[in-house]
Write a protein that binds this ligand. Sequence first.
Ligand SMILES: Nc1ncnc2c1ncn2[C@@H]1O[C@H](COP(=O)(O)OP(=O)(O)OP(=O)(O)O)[C@@H](O)[C@H]1O
Length: 342
Amino acid sequence: MTESMLTVAGLAKSYGTVPALTGVDLDVRRGTLLAVLGPSGCGKTTLLRCVAGFERADRGTVTVDGRVLVGNGVHVPPHRRRVAVVPQEGALFPHLSVADNVGYGLDRAARRSGRVEEVLDLVGLAGYGARMPHQLSGGQQQRVAVARALAPRPPLVLLDEPFSALDAKLRAELRADVRQALHADGATGVLVTHDQGEALSMADAVAVMDAGVIVQCGTPAEVYRDPADPWVARFVGDAVLLPATVDDDMAVTPLGRLPLRGPAAGGTATILVRPEQIRIAPSGGAPATVVRQDFHGHDALTTLRLDDGTVLTARTLDEGTGLPAGAQVAVTVQGQVRAYAG
Ligand SMILES: Nc1ncnc2c1ncn2[C@@H]1O[C@H](COP(=O)(O)OP(=O)(O)OP(=O)(O)O)[C@@H](O)[C@H]1O
């Protein structure tokens, strides 16, 4: 048994003259959830559809659980792939009960084995089997769709922006519950999303995609703390990018000399600081003026202007909130920063 459940190599797909995938490589380990994160139009859905078999790739290979599904003249049709898909919404059969929806892909023996109840329990819907889909909320319907995907124990579950139709609070709740359900069932999944929070909070690994290729793949912490380039840095979170000069293992910046994370070539560079690394104090740092403060309840974002005109944003919890525009403060940076050449 290999460690990889899904391997995608050199996958390319164009629609006429529009290249959607230009050489995608991916590896998803057994029992883990990988999020494919990218902006609208980068090719996420096309990638998912090629893995599911709804779309024919122009070249490249797709292997699931050691079985070649695409490549070398092979194109296994979708219904023979044993790859389950949880779509955005509207996936349930409206005339079937919850239990019948979940048991749809199971043979009689599996249905009798209690698997339907088991997966309903996993997604937090124990006892809902007799309900009809129209008697469920949108969030509950998506839970049923996940249960139905898990029921036949497929080698791979594909989730296509499964929470995009739900409101923010429900979405957060579902993310946590679905993540737990997949883990508890030992499932291997690929989640397609354009939502950074969703990818970072749910997945074991995040593949950041842009213009038809994977630009970085790593743990959520790696892609957030150590993004491959400034574009990834900005895409996966709020980023303060500052000009700097690299001198040994330090960056000389408008905020003073800052320790670098990892090796960097000497000379001019751009450094990445996350807003939560920036501390505001009455004195004892680079002098700055408060431009404005946006209060978000759990934290506040403070826009600051340094004396040299550089504008940056600090994320503060309690301390540092309630600062009026024009206030004179001092700014320091906590921890290491990442440098990019040029
Ligand atoms: N059936 C199609 N015919 C022609 N072009 C298409 C087709 N489907 C997708 N495309 C194009 O391929 C590229 C990738 O599209 P895709 O839907 O895979 O991106 P996406 O990352 O899933 O975007 P979104 O997040 O908006 O759904 C885009 O430029 C898109 O316009």
